[in-house]
Design a protein around this ligand. Structure first.
Ligand code: UGA
Length: 482
């Protein structure tokens, strides 16, 4: 061994010593698990990048080759704040990689996380065909013991059926464990939610697998995240019941807001007064144009369909869906109330197309129903959204998609705000007053200050802001709602 070699061996030994010391002190987590996340939608990608950021070796896999090509270039195929930066960081450190070779990614891993879509079928039940396709691929590539983590939202008892399916296909029980690990990520703040969970739910009948998955989440919030370890069916129901409860909370406040409009009460103050009761809390008490997105409508439907199959009708959840359908028609009703029933030839400006702010997702967006209803009235629609216009233009090519708020409001007879984007909160209504043809504003998110808006000459209608209806307000009655 020459001197140079001796020096480099010494250097290696020193580095190894330092690494072991760091691992022993808990500063660096030894990479022992290889996690393959199957499905790179917003849940799979955020979860994969999140696990990688906790020091795990993660492979994200998808059958969509184009998506994988983008991800390999560290480009994110959809809009999700903070995800680009997270993926870039963990891909650069080598903790996260991407492939479209599903079989290979499965054989390399000891933990498989299934995060494929489970959309609604026409009968209200979730479509599990993608999930079972993934299981077939796993079965074909079972080269060693694997923990199969089901992240996709699946109907009650699906995890039990998955276990049964594996056994029927001849995979020995000693070779796998099934873990239901539902996600609670909100689109638009999914990265934050992954890193700051309110709880982690682990459903399994295998104690060792439960411990292994619990350990992966352990670094979050310095190990203080409440952990619920339970059976798979209870875990599945926690997910559905949580979404259905939140959806019901929204439908509840929407109904109260609609009542406020008729009795001249102000929902902002009412919701504040309710939310101060710790048993109610102030979250999810904002009325709006109805809940949308890929989760609340789909999961509430699925829960109702499952419960009905057991002869347990869920009247409250069913009711929340009925209220929501009506709520999605409210914006157009309000336009007619303000401008009369004949809207033919009018120009309607829609601000906001995504189902909520900070996402480009338009699935079940209230904007879809609103545009459908408006198009029946033969109006011209000018719409603006910071990121969702291109998606909506596929559904409604006849709408004019403006490049800016200025272009969208130009010569409008009425403006409808449907999404609570921050840019809409900062609109200069004095300026907009000079751009529109008629000064009518329907604020379906209550993000505009009615007094400031009306001072510029707008006829304002929020949602549940009865005392501001048709500019019939009193300055002194303005609520203090911080
Ligand atoms: C929802 C849940 O909040 C997540 O916990 C869950 O993980 C996710 O579904 C899922 O199952 O994957 P998400 O659909 O991304 O997340 O969005 P939310 O922030 O919950 O909003 C859902 C809908 O309710 C939106 O249309 C939003 O505008 C509406 N909403 C929300 C209101 O109308 N008022 C509120 O006060 C809150």
């Amino acid at each position: 061994m020459n001197n140079t070699m001796k020096k480099s061996v010494k250097k290696c030994n020193f580095l190894l010593f330092c690494l072991i010391a760091l691992v022993k002190t808990g500063c660096v987590k030894p990479i022992d698990n290889i996690i393959t996340v199957i499905g790179t939608g917003y849940v799979g990608l955020v979860t994969g990048a999140g696990f990688a950021s906790l020091g795990n070796q993660v492979i994200c896999v998808d059958i969509n080759t184009e998506k994988i090509k983008m991800l390999q270039k560290k480009q994110i195929p959809f809009f999700e704040p903070g995800l680009q930066e997270l993926v870039h960081t963990v891909a650069t450190t080598g903790h996260l990689s991407f492939t479209d070779n599903v079989g290979d990614a499965i054989t390399k891993a000891n933990i498989l996380v299934i995060a494929v879509g489970t959309p609604s079928r026409a009968d209200g039940h979730a479509d599990l065909s993608a999930l079972f396709k993934v299981l077939d691929t796993i079965i074909c590539n079972m080269n060693n013991y694997k923990i199969i983590v089901v992240k996709s939202t699946v109907p009650i008892t699906t995890n039990k059926k998955i276990e049964q399916y594996m056994l029927e296909k001849g995979i020995d029980h000693s070779l796998f464990a099934i873990v239901s690990n539902p996600e609670f990520l909100r689109e638009g703040s999914a990265v934050y939610d992954f890193l700051n969970p309110d709880r982690v739910v682990i459903g399994t009948n295998n104690q060792a697998a439960a411990q292994c998955i619990a350990d992966i989440y352990k670094p979050l919030k310095n190990g203080t995240v409440p952990l619920i370890i339970t059976d798979t069916t209870s875990a599945e129901l926690i997910k559905y019941a949580s979404n259905a409860f939140l959806a019901t909370k929204i439908s509840f406040i929407n109904e109260i807001a609609n009542l406020c409009d008729h009795v001249d009460a102000d929902i902002v103050t009412v919701a504040k007064g309710m939310g101060l009761d710790v048993r109610i809390n102030p979250y999810f008490l904002n009325p709006g144009p109805g809940f949308g997105g890929s989760c609340f409508p789909k999961d509430s439907l699925e829960l109702c369909a499952t419960a009905l199959a057991y002869n347990v009708p869920l009247d409250i959840v069913q009711g929340s869906l009925v209220v929501n359908n009506n709520q999605q028609e409210l914006a157009v009703k309000k336009v007619k109330e303000l401008m009369g029933p004949d809207l033919k030839g009018k120009t309607v400006c829609i601000l906001g197309l995504s189902f909520k702010a900070n996402t480009d997702d338009i699935r079940y967006s209230p904007a879809i129903k609103t545009i459908e209803l408006l198009q029946k009235e033969l109006v011209t629609i000018q719409a603006y959204d910071p990121v969702a216009s291109s998606h909506m233009s596929v559904l409604f090519p006849d709408v004019t998609y403006a490049a800016s708020i200025d272009d969208a409001v130009c010569n409008a007879d009425v403006i409808i705000i449907l999404t609570e984007w921050d840019v809409f909160k900062k609109i200069d209504w004095q300026k907009v007053r000079s751009q529109v043809r008629q000064p009518y504003l329907i604020d379906m998110r209550n993000i505009v200050d009615p007094v400031i808006c009306m001072d510029t000459g707008f006829v304002y209608q929020g949602i549940g802001r009865g005392s501001y209806k048709n500019n019939n307000y009193v300055y002194n009655a303005r609520p203090s709602c911080n």
